[in-house]
Design a protein around this ligand. Sequence first.
Ligand SMILES: Cc1cc2nc3c(=O)[nH]c(=O)nc-3n(C[C@H](O)[C@H](O)[C@H](O)COP(=O)(O)OP(=O)(O)OC[C@H]3O[C@@H](n4cnc5c(N)ncnc54)[C@H](O)[C@@H]3O)c2cc1C
Length: 520
Amino acid sequence: MPLRLLPPGMTPVRLRAAQRRFAAILGADRVFFDELDRETYSDQFAISPDSHVPIGAVAPESVEEIRAIVAVANAYKLPLWPISRGKNLGYGGSAPVLSGSVVLDLSRMKKIEVDRENGVVLVEPGVSFYDLHDYLQTNDIPLWLSVPGNSWGSVAGNALDRGVGYTTYGDHTSKICGLEVVLPDGDLVRTGMGAMANAPTWQLYRYGYGPAWDQLFVQSNFGIVTKLGLWLMPRPESMMGLELNFDKPEDLEWAVDILAGLRREGLLQQAPSIGNWLRAAAVLTKREDWHDQPGALPDSVIAAIRRKFQLGWWGTSVRVYGRESVNRAAISAIKSAFKGHRLMSMERTHWVDGEPLERSAWVGAPITFPMQNVGWHGGRGGHIGFSPVLPANGRLAMEQFRQTYARYKEFGMDYQASFAMGERHLTNVNAILFNQDDPAMMARIHPFFRTLVADAKARGYAEYRAHIEHMDLVAETYDFNNHALRRLNERVKDALDPNGVIAPGKSGIWPARLRTRRRR
Ligand SMILES: Cc1cc2nc3c(=O)[nH]c(=O)nc-3n(C[C@H](O)[C@H](O)[C@H](O)COP(=O)(O)OP(=O)(O)OC[C@H]3O[C@@H](n4cnc5c(N)ncnc54)[C@H](O)[C@@H]3O)c2cc1C
């Protein structure tokens, strides 16, 4: 085992002793400490391949096994990095912030309990979007999922990282209702109404009594979630929508203002995401088919790609769900909100119960085709995201776009971005597509990313979710009153996890013992 990977304060002898104790709990076939295991649990879209390498992994199948593993971790001060399915591609995959951590792979925990009448589900961490979708179909349960663009991962892990999907239930973390959590000292808690033994309301009322803890286990390192309650959408009577294409970059301004108004009003309950031409093109074609020079793509090439695939400079999809009569009225009101503006194209989509159902993310069917975008540059592809949160305002979105687009050109990168419409905010997801086998390109990623963070910070914007490589950098931008929020988080961390064994460094939260590891 490479000594450089030993976690802080660990010796090879103590690590081997911890491994033996893991094997006694799980059996040798669920303890993974070989070179190939380390590679498997590393980030497959790595931007700093040597910085986030786990020392090994363990795969429990029950809460009791997790509690026993946590006891060993405390005894040896061995950091654990919990993952549900570990498909957090673009944010670090299954890899930990701190090299030498042991990945706690919960993908074997796959129980699903659906409450059909109330439209809720209780899942264990290993339940994938495909598992839950199959379960609902097989059992003819009239509930729909909301899935992310890469649905290979888990229902729980995605919601715990504030993942997003396509339907009106697409703000996944807001649909969490009740958690079961193993705390860093091994204690087991249930949040909300679950704090009462056998409460039938655990998945029905979010807050319980006193402080509500669900969100404190989201994007945090305060515990290991072993069960997650989630609300699901009742299968609607109909789904209707519009496919919109906008011809010019500056159309973003009025498109954002129109959609933001519809969101505030509540007429539009799903979060449309206005994406540029490359979001669509990168899954349809490869860069080498169009251009063989490095640097950002020239406008003439962009125009040719758009022509071939009939793409707007921007495009978005709008969907409404529910009663047919209500949807008809809503779609016609949404359509008329665009009157007076020149659209490149507007197409209606229409589905009513009884008609054949498309297999798409709009109806909660899991998808993986968006991952084809990793082939854009050829080689071992990958991407990371830079996703600041903005006010839902067209002028500000346009300013943000212009500045970011200029930076992509300055750093010789191809611009792929979207503006996803929250209820009161915009999430500006900028994908940085790369080829891990192109050293010149990889050398530009860090300076480019840091520049984007600094630009956004100067406007008062910060990221909603970060790659493991950038968790400290992003936490640093949340700086009110000398980082009072980080200090609060770390006081809670130290109280709950005095040995600092759960996901050190996650979201920029470091336990006292390892605080010197924070990157400045
Ligand atoms: C092309 C492409 C498109 C994508 N599109 C989307 C999209 O539309 N929306 C979206 O949200 N994401 C998207 N992603 C990102 C990512 O792939 C998904 O969010 C995916 O669901 C995350 O993987 P997972 O569910 O297996 O989570 P995991 O990797 O298991 O978990 C994510 C993180 O949450 C924490 N965590 C997980 N489980 C636990 C637990 N039980 N207890 C405590 N902490 C835990 C860990 O820190 C972990 O690193 C996309 C990625 C790609 C490559």
